[in-house]
Design a protein around this ligand. Structure first.
Ligand code: AMP
Ligand code: ZN
Ligand code: FE
Ligand code: FE
Length: 281
């Protein structure tokens, strides 16, 4: 069984439509794939319909942007929650709206130094999609400023850049609690991905575990090996489930579907623990 539990479509910052992600999962020889768009479940229906056609099992998911009080970015994966839970919906709507304002601010700053307008960015955003820095990167590529998204993230779009602007995002422990309230299974995404920015310390892990965290995404290309050792100990200590995933973004990132996998046991546990929605077989 080849199971990949982290992939993005153009409902957020992936480059393929949800049905395209499912088709790509089939081509990559996956048996199971989760769609985990940023702060949105808008791709679930299309992915569910495509799953049957391609003989792929579909796990509905989402990746929630969070930020600690120290200003550290945390990504929380949620599997099989109720997409209509009011409390969770309110938080992701706040983040999604704030992402739009934030992207506009970044473009205003960037336009002082680069040939870039808001229209150029919107051109790369599917209708209703969650806007992120990758869409700004696409406009910078089209303008010939950088050659691809990775170069944009390595240079002008890093979190250290003078063009970087933060957006509203819930505290990770609050998000964990909301995912649980919505019947979902919360899994801390790429927890030790230090290349993306600062990573959280013991206090945040404790707060997230106390709030009901159920798993850690350990096998992910952005987690360095020494961090994975720490995470494996933490998982054993607190009986957290362990996942491995690609974080596929279509052509927008080098990450390939199936480059990391989740065990059938971990998926079975996710299914047993969830009460908000169902795996599509
Ligand atoms: P944002 O959510 O707007 O802060 O942008 C972060 C998103 O950009 C994350 O979903 C990452 O997966 C994506 N990202 C980060 N680094 C890169 C990269 N080098 N190339 C493409 N996408 C990236
Ligand atoms: Zn992304
Ligand atoms: Fe992430
Ligand atoms: Fe992701």
């Amino acid at each position: 069984m080849r199971i990949d539990l982290h992939a993005h479509s153009n409902v957020s910052d992936g480059t393929e439509a949800p049905a395209g992600v499912i088709a790509s999962a089939a081509s990559a020889g996956l048996d199971v794939v989760a769609l985990t768009d940023h702060d949105s479940t808008d791709g679930w229906n299309e992915a569910a319909a495509a799953a049957g056609r391609h003989g792929v099992v579909f796990v509905p998911g989402m990746e929630i942007s969070c930020r600690t009080e120290q200003g550290i970015s945390v990504h929380l994966l949620s599997y099989l929650h109720d997409p209509d839970h009011p409390g969770l919906l309110e938080e992701i709507t706040k983040s999604k709206d704030a992402r739009l304002t934030r992207a506009e601010r970044m473009v205003t700053l960037l336009s002082e130094d680069y040939p870039l307008t808001w229209d150029d960015v919107i051109h790369h955003v599917a209708p209703g999609a969650t806007v992120g820095r990758p869409h700004i990167a696409d406009a910078l590529v089209a303008a010939g400023v950088v050659s691809d998204r990775s170069e944009a993230f390595a240079t002008i779009l890093t979190s250290h850049s003078r063009y970087f602007v933060q957006h509203y995002a819930p505290d990770p422990a609050l998000a964990v609690g909301l995912v649980r309230a919505a019947g979902g299974v919360p899994v801390f995404a790429h927890p030790v991905a230090s290349s993306r920015g600062r990573i959280v310390g013991e206090k945040t892990y404790r707060e997230m575990i106390d709030a009901g965290l159920m798993g850690l995404e350990i096998e992910h290309r952005d987690n360095p090996e020494e961090g994975r050792l720490f995470l494996r100990k933490l998982a054993a200590e607190h009986d957290l489930l362990v996942t491995g995933s690609s974080d596929y973004h279509g052509a927008g990132k080098p990450n390939l579907l199936g480059e990391n996998l989740t065990s059938p046991d971990a998926l079975a546990r996710i299914e047993e623990l969830a009460t908000g929605s169902r795996v599509v077989r």
